[in-house]
Write a protein that binds this ligand. Structure first.
Ligand SMILES: O=C(O)C1=C[C@@H](OP(=O)(O)O)[C@@H](O)[C@H](O)C1
Ligand SMILES: C=C(OP(=O)(O)O)C(=O)O
Length: 488
């Protein structure tokens, strides 16, 4: 099944002419909600002990698919107060009543969303009928095997409908009730019984571990899960833990001193609390906008930046100065900051282990490619798992960097970009997005510095950020003689 939604229709449109910078920026960018926090908020609200009202919800392709998937499993969503970013969620009853088709299974379109294809399968442990998951062509290249092996060990019937280990897959709930219908505690610690135990290999995606943790409180006795090796993107696991705790579920995290294969996460049984939840702006998607100031000069400000957050994008505060920017903050609202990034037009190379924040790599790579033309080499390491993202991002970044005339290569766990020799320059090109929203924003950043850069598919940015081209053009119009008001 390939999605026939707006995204795939737009993907065939003419190439996008990436706007070039014509002067220093002076822009304020208000970003919609975090993709990762929205996915978790939707799922935990669907499993809640009472209705939830969500504010700051991201409305994008990934989150629409998550909503649709949870609707197949019995949750109900209604827009609140005519505001698209506010949602009332009525939780699903247990066992989850699957909306089945003529084949007796519920059908879930994962699009290209890692959060949907990984977070939904463990819910089959709580479901009353089988579920079939499929997605875009690119989604059929994203690994699911290790998560399914863990679910099979918990009694889920796993039947691969294509290549083993990948979508599409047919999942059958275990014969007996495995859901936590007895887990009625409100303190998140009742249940008393020994936890359900699982082990899994999460070395190719932290989402496998997050997926089990998010369903964990509904399993008999909760869940104790021990990944067999290293786990990338650990802040995203921390985000899953924080989201559970915010909803009253107790979670014991392993000690950072525990070695790979010895770390156990213990989720205590209970129903996630309903109530009101406000979702933070997407700090990963803030990256290209803040980085634009490094390329064009001037400044870009993001308001409502949380003072404390589990989002990987908080690392921009540390990464952008290393790449040549100046990052400052000032108080904004309660618990939030206005974060400003200033650029001078000069870029630095960077040698960075991005294992914890891999989703920031394409934006860092765009700056590194541009820095190579200013005589600086860069090395991004700890990101072998990016080969399993929306596309093989290591191959894609190297191919696109070379298309521009940069000297770049893949290493086992990352990429290297050489300093361009004196006298050599980068040249604009038609860049490829590979259906990957972050490869599209890579191209947008390159276009600021290389007039004439085009991109084959800007529509794929709708995966996590609606209206990206308009938002990008509005940022450029601010401070370059344009008449757009500041902020949006
Ligand atoms: O849990 C999440 O919301 C995510 C976890 C990370 O996945 P990986 O561990 O596969 O990198 C991240 O890159 C992805 O964008 C979102
Ligand atoms: C890896 C990413 O997405 P997904 O949630 O689809 O894994 C990403 O957004 O960079």
């Amino acid at each position: 099944m390939t999605s026939k939604d707006d995204h795939s229709a737009l993907a065939t449109a003419a190439p996008w002419a990436a706007p070039a910078a014509t002067g220093p920026l002076d822009a304020v960018v208000t970003l919609p909600g975090s993709k990762s926090l929205t996915a978790r908020a939707l799922l935990l609200a669907a499993l809640g002990d009472a209705p939830t009202t969500l504010a700051g919800v991201l409305r994008s392709r990934d989150t629409a698919l998550m909503r649709a998937a949870l609707t197949v499993l019995g949750a109900r969503f209604t827009e609140a107060d005519g505001d698209a970013s506010r949602l009332h969620v009525t939780p699903a009853p247990l066992p989850l009543p699957v909306d089945t088709g003529p084949d007796g299974a519920g059908h879930i379109d994962c699009g290209l969303a890692g959060t949907v294809m990984r977070f939904i399968p463990p819910l089959v442990l709580l479901a009353d009928a089988p579920v079939v998951l499929d997605g875009d062509e690119g989604a059929r290249l994203r690994l699911l095997g290790p998560l399914m092996a863990a679910l099979a060990a918990l009694g889920v019937g796993v039947s691969w409908l294509g290549r083993p280990g990948f979508l599409p897959v047919h999942l059958t709930p275990p014969a007996g009730p495995t859901d936590g219908r007895a887990n009625n505690s409100t303190d998140g610690r009742a249940g008393g019984s020994q936890p359900t135990t699982a082990s899994l290999d999460a070395s190719s995606s932290s989402q496998f571990l997050s997926a089990l943790l998010l369903t964990g409180p509904l399993l008999p006795g909760g869940l104790a899960v021990t990944p067999s090796g290293p786990v990338p993107s650990l802040p995203h696991v921390g985000m899953s833990v924080a989201c559970l705790r915010e909803r009253g579920i107790a979670v014991d995290e392993p000690s950072p001193e525990d070695g790979d294969g010895q770390r156990t996460w213990r989720v205590h049984p209970g129903r996630p609390r309903g109530g009101r939840v406000t979702i933070e702006p997407d700090l990963s998607n803030a990256g290209p906008f803040l980085a634009a100031a490094l390329v064009a000069g001037g400044r870009v400000t993001v308001p409502a930046w949380p003072m404390a957050t589990t989002q990987a994008g908080d690392a921009w505060r540390e990464l952008l100065p290393r790449l040549g920017g100046i990052v400052t903050t000032e108080p904004d609202g309660v618990g939030t900051l206005r974060l400003t990034c200033r650029g001078t037009g000069r870029l630095n190379g960077i040698d960075a282990d991005l294992s914890a924040v891999g989703e920031l790599a394409p934006t860092v790579a765009a700056l590194a490619v541009l820095a190579s033309a200013q005589g600086h080499a860069s090395r991004l390491t700890g990101i072998a798992h990016l080969r399993g993202h929306e596309t093989n991002r290591l191959a894609a970044l190297v191919a696109e960097a070379r298309r521009l005339g940069a000297s770049a290569r893949e290493r086992a766990d990352g990429i290297e970009i050489d300093a361009l020799p004196d006298g050599e320059r980068l040249a604009p090109a038609l860049l490829h997005a590979y259906a990957d929203h972050r490869m599209a924003t890579f191209a947008a950043l390159i276009g600021l510095a290389l007039p004439g850069t085009t991109l084959d598919d800007v529509a794929c940015t709708a995966k996590t950020l609606p209206d990206f081209p308009a938002r990008w053009e509005a940022v450029l119009a601010q401070g370059q003689g344009g008449e757009h008001g500041r902020g949006r």
